[in-house]
Design a binder for this molecule. Structure first.
Ligand code: NAD
Length: 273
């Protein structure tokens, strides 16, 4: 597998495709991550709340791949926003690492107003060298503006729900204007929709000899997004990575763009009770 890197504004590089382990049971996470690394993945996206950091760490240790060749992301959970440094150390301990490549504030939680405190602790962690890059997740424009104007430090990435049914154009444009890379979570709409049967995906899939899932992932890649589709099936790990050997035409891209109905499957923190 050959997976290209994308550069972040702090000068580091991230593999554009990784594997995500949300809702992968601890019992299965080690196998999935080991298999991912085995077939060529080098980027793993986890989070404290996924409760599988220890298994991710065990898989990294067992892989025999040098640490510097791997890119590991984890995230600060909501209830830990005022104890960021301690929570980060707990994540490192579970992962069995002395550094992560990317550490994110998982949700802004505007109702508690602690995202800025959390962001300041990530800045300290970054300065200590224990998180090579720092960023955020699920931040809306107003959340981003607050932390940038208060600290002057721009997150390297914003990891947001983004797929053909929910394209977040205004937010993506804002991130692009600030040099913030967009990481698309739920890139396949979490497998919860009829997307895989839509003509806008089925037709290019047939034309390129690919699957609708590969077409969706390719649509993300052609927009310079970072993705880490989740699967626990070895054959899909390989399928999801075979997306760098074909190109969707402009017409095929626009047909997928037209699927946007602004339907999200996750939660919007600004609409939470
Ligand atoms: P996803 O869009 O990656 O969907 C995963 C589902 O898609 C699988 O369970 C399976 O049903 C299906 N699927 C995967 N590969 C397929 C294939 N080749 N063909 C057909 N179906 C396929 O959803 P996700 O897991 O929610 O998102 C990916 C990653 O994003 C997560 O694992 C996690 O790392 C991250 N994430 C982050 C947040 C956040 O708040 N920051 C939230 C959710 C997910």
């Amino acid at each position: 597998l050959s997976i290209p890197n994308i550069s972040l504004h702090d000068g580091t590089e991230i593999p554009q495709l990784g594997v995500g382990v949300f809702k992968v049971d601890p019992g299965e996470a080690q196998r999935v991550v080991e298999e991912s690394i085995e077939v060529g993945y080098r980027h793993i996206d986890t989070a404290a709340i996924y409760r599988n950091e220890a298994e991710v760490g065990a898989a990294i240790a067992a892989s025999g791949v040098p640490r510097e060749e791997l890119f590991v992301t984890t995230k600060l959970w909501n209830s830990d926003q005022t104890r960021g440094e301690e929570a980060f150390q707990e994540s490192l301990d579970k992962l069995g690492l002395d550094r992560v490549d990317l550490y994110l504030v998982h949700w802004p939680q505007p109702m508690f107003g602690e995202a800025l405190t959390a962001w300041r602790s990530l800045i300290n962690i970054h300065e200590s060298g224990r998180a090579t890059s720092i960023g955020v997740s699920n931040f809306e424009i107003s959340d981003l503006e607050e932390i940038i104007s208060e600290t002057g430090i721009v997150p390297t990435v914003n990891q947001i729900e983004l797929h053909p049914l929910h394209q977040r154009r205004e937010l993506v444009e804002y991130c692009n204007s600030k040099g913030i890379r967009v990481e698309a979570w739920g890139p396949l709409a979490q497998g919860k929709s009829d997307l895989f049967e839509r003509p806008a995906l089925v037709e290019p899939a047939a034309a390129h000899g690919k699957t609708p899932a590969q077409v969706i992932l390719r649509w993300h890649v052609q927009q310079d997004r970072i993705i880490f589709p989740k699967t626990v099936r070895p054959e899909r790990l390989v399928e999801n990575a075979r997306i760098f050997d074909f190109e969707l035409t402009a017409a095929e891209m626009s047909a997928i763009d037209a699927l946007d109905v602004q339907h999200n499957f996750g939660t919007n923190p600004h609409e939470m009770d």
